[in-house]
Ligand binder design. Sequence first.
Ligand SMILES: Cc1cc2nc3c(=O)[nH]c(=O)nc-3n(C[C@H](O)[C@H](O)[C@H](O)COP(=O)(O)OP(=O)(O)OC[C@H]3O[C@@H](n4cnc5c(N)ncnc54)[C@H](O)[C@@H]3O)c2cc1C
Length: 371
Amino acid sequence: MRPDVLVVGAGIVGAASAFRLAETGLKVLVLEKEAAFAQGSTGRSAAGVRVQFSEPLNVLLSYHSILEYQNIPEAAYRPIGYLFLVPEALREAQDEALATQRALGVPVEKLSLGEARSLIPFREEVLAYATYGPMDGVIDPHGVTAYYLREARRLGAEVRFSEALRSARREGGVWRVETPGGRYEAPFLLLCTGAWTGEVGERLGLEIPIYPVRRMVYATAPTPFPHAFPLTIDLATGFYLRSEGPRVLLGRSNPQEPPGFSEGMDWGWLGPTLEAGLSRFPFLEGLALDRRASWWGYYEMTPDANPILGFVEEGLLVAAGFSGHGVQQAAMVGRLMAEEVVHGEARSLDITPFRLDRFRQGRFLKEKGIV
Ligand SMILES: Cc1cc2nc3c(=O)[nH]c(=O)nc-3n(C[C@H](O)[C@H](O)[C@H](O)COP(=O)(O)OP(=O)(O)OC[C@H]3O[C@@H](n4cnc5c(N)ncnc54)[C@H](O)[C@@H]3O)c2cc1C
């Protein structure tokens, strides 16, 4: 096959993009460095999907993606809801985010603390109110990736594993890519390489400001009591939890975690995580942790915690750097990348705010809804 587009990376973003590109009739070849799909951040996410963001484009990317996931059986979409507990100190910022969400017409409710307590018991100290997204919930990122790759293949796309991009250069109107196993060329090269995109950029002689930051998800053992907690975020500390079957999943981003590809569980961060959790949710006291059910992965961070989308050079596109919220945006990003290739510009949504040149122009759009 002589591909029109080389998609690098078979996580959820590469898979969705491959499918939407193949749907337009383009010949697509996906190159993935691992021996299987979804081995990067996609297979290690907390699987949450939510419309509750502060940046309008994040709200819309998630909203349209959730609508799509609702119709994919493999996504196993469960609208368990996201509950944000808002401290007095962040009232104004959250009011603004809520106004943005409402103006865009996405479903988000403002709850009193009493109403929120009917969803999960918590201590009210320093809190002002809560917001709840009834459309928010969880999906199966692995199932979605498998679905998109299967559909892409049905439309003629090829997916090759254990094929790491080593180098790439533009020559004679095409991108020439080398992997340990072979050489490939195509007019378009789309990098969906997640946390590795900064590193891949260096191989192309480009500075793409996307870097890995390790994050933990701690899992309790099955609890002695039944529960069905929404994904609940205490904005006072960044601590979050949600039910997963009989277990509770817990997390909190460590602001001191240095960027880089450090590996393994950070059990030292469990203490500060639990400290924040217990102060808000005393029912966590005494719950046993299941070390083997806990996991870690990389957030793919950018300087403003928003992704980099679209063309960065002739024939070269990036769809990466979701800073910990790419699972919930992949569906729409796949459509936009196909439009970008076919029409020269994404059409369904204006992705200008998330283009790479924003950093050169000093347009940093700090997303406040990142945990
Ligand atoms: C602990 C944790 C919790 C999270 N929770 C959520 C959540 O609740 N909701 C949410 O929306 N998001 C969440 N995320 C973020 C989410 O997982 C990512 O934003 C998303 O998976 C990004 O998808 P991707 O396809 O861009 O990247 P990845 O899934 O990382 O895929 C990139 C792929 O590129 C491949 N690759 C890299 N370099 C090369 C190369 N040189 N050649 C070929 N292939 C290469 C990698 O092997 C990988 O398969 C979480 C992440 C973590 C770590």
